[in-house]
Design a protein around this ligand. Structure first.
Ligand code: NAD
Ligand code: TYD
Length: 354
């Protein structure tokens, strides 16, 4: 079949990537979607069972750092669009293993950029390199400070955010130096189905169900701006098709929560769905040593994407969290399958137990 576009989505077996792949495979049968993923501990093909047999979907197991293979793949699949999500994404891991973050997030992004530059050279018409990034590159806000805009100065603090900031800079440099058609988006914290259970929301749902402690870092006062993952995927779709070349778009939920308040909502929702009386799991809250360099507050001003592309979050947080808790409680098999193997080994090294 002659596809209208051949889109390489990297990191498509991860949390956000799997939602983006699903959206593109289902909504654009005229596009061929090539999901390229190394399948690290965070990548799981079980996230994509519902689309894996679609004719316009292909999976390639590969490391984005392998420049030679990236160049070959551009040729093999006649790639004319890239949506780049592959990354190491967990701040706590970046603190214990910064080199892997520099390798994948910086060198991996660079090798994709280089492949795109080489293969698209001389004909950038109809091509796009879309880099998916995070609000964490902007650093931390005080409680009274105004939201992150697209003009906010980069000020990353963790090895994770430093590696994402560096990758954003490389993407812009390929635009400014070689004219590569790029677009970047910086999104706030996502939640929803298929998120690896080392991140706050799925970890806490899992622990409440199993009557395990809920490790709250510091005093639980840090603030995050939460967005339902399908709303992020919808924003990516819009930016891919209508975003202005060379531009940056902030994406966020206008939905700030202090960690401890969010945790109380999670506990209440899980207890309710498990049929437990309210308050049953409150005792699981356990204050632990704070994360090193823990950013106080992230909050996105998503006015630009609203004004220019008409995007807004569609799901109210209360509905989103109900859906999310239900999904994790209904999908214990998925949770058990992703927390075996590499993850178990890592968890034992870092935390001493499972
Ligand atoms: P994730 O950790 O769930 O998934 C990352 C995916 O990348 C996995 O499937 C993994 O196997 C793959 N991968 C890792 N290293 C690779 C390599 N060297 N080569 C090929 N594939 C590799 O991450 P996520 O939460 O879905 O985040 C996806 C992207 O969105 C990341 O770039 C992240 O920085 C960004 N982001 C995430 C959030 C969030 O809240 N999770 C918010 C804003 C932006
Ligand atoms: P996380 O899901 O790791 O996302 P990020 O660090 O990228 O924002 O963490 C969300 C918030 O929850 C962050 O402020 C750290 C905090 N947190 C805990 O208090 N306990 C935990 O066990 C985890 C994983 C996170």
């Amino acid at each position: 079949m002659n596809y209208k576009k051949n889109i390489l989505i990297t990191g498509g077996a991860g949390f956000i990537g799997s939602h983006v792949v699903r959206l593109f495979v289902n909504n654009y049968p005229e596009y061929r979607i090539i999901n390229l993923d190394k399948l690290t501990y965070a990548g799981n093909l079980n996230n994509l069972r519902d689309v894996e047999n679609q004719p316009n979907y292909t999976f390639v197991k590969e490391d984005i750092c392998n420049l030679e293979r990236m160049v070959e793949l551009f040729d093999e699949y006649n790639v004319d669009g890239v949506i780049h999500l592959a990354a190491e994404s967990h701040v706590d891991r970046s603190i214990t293993d910064p080199f892997t973050f520099a390798q994948t997030n910086v060198m991996g992004t660079l090798s994709l950029l280089q492949a795109a530059k080489e293969k698209w050279a001389g004909n950038f018409e109809g091509k796009l390199f879309y880099h998916v990034s995070t609000d964490e590159v902007y650093g931390a806000l005080g409680f009274d400070e105004t939201l992150f805009t697209e003009e906010t100065r980069y000020d990353p603090h963790s090895p994770y955010s430093a590696s994402k900031a560096a990758s954003d800079h490389f993407v812009r440099s390929y635009h400014d130096t070689y004219g590569l058609p790029i677009v970047i988006s910086n999104c706030s914290n996502n939640y929803g189905p298929f998120q690896f259970p080392e991140k706050l929301i799925p970890l806490f749902i899992h622990n409440i169900r199993n009557n395990k402690p809920l490790p709250v870092y510091g005093k639980g006062e840090n603030v995050r701006d939460w967005l339902y993952v399908e709303d992020h995927a919808r924003a990516i779709d819009l930016i891919f098709h209508q975003g202005k070349l060379g531009d940056t778009y902030n994406i966020g939920g206008f939905n700030e929560w202090k960690n401890i308040d969010l945790i109380k909502v999670i506990i209440k929702t899980v207890d309710k769905q498990l049929g437990n009386p309210e308050g049953t799991s409150d005792h699981l809250i356990t204050y632990v040593t704070d994360r090193a360099g823990h950013d106080l507050r992230y909050a996105i001003d998503a006015t630009k994407i609203k004004n220019e592309l008409g995007w807004e979050p569609s799901l109210q947080f209360e509905e989103g969290i109900e859906k999310t808790v239900k999904w994790y409680l209904d999908n214990e098999d998925w949770l058990n399958s992703v927390t075996s193997g590499d993850y178990q080994r890592y968890y034992k090294i870092i935390y001493g137990s499972n």
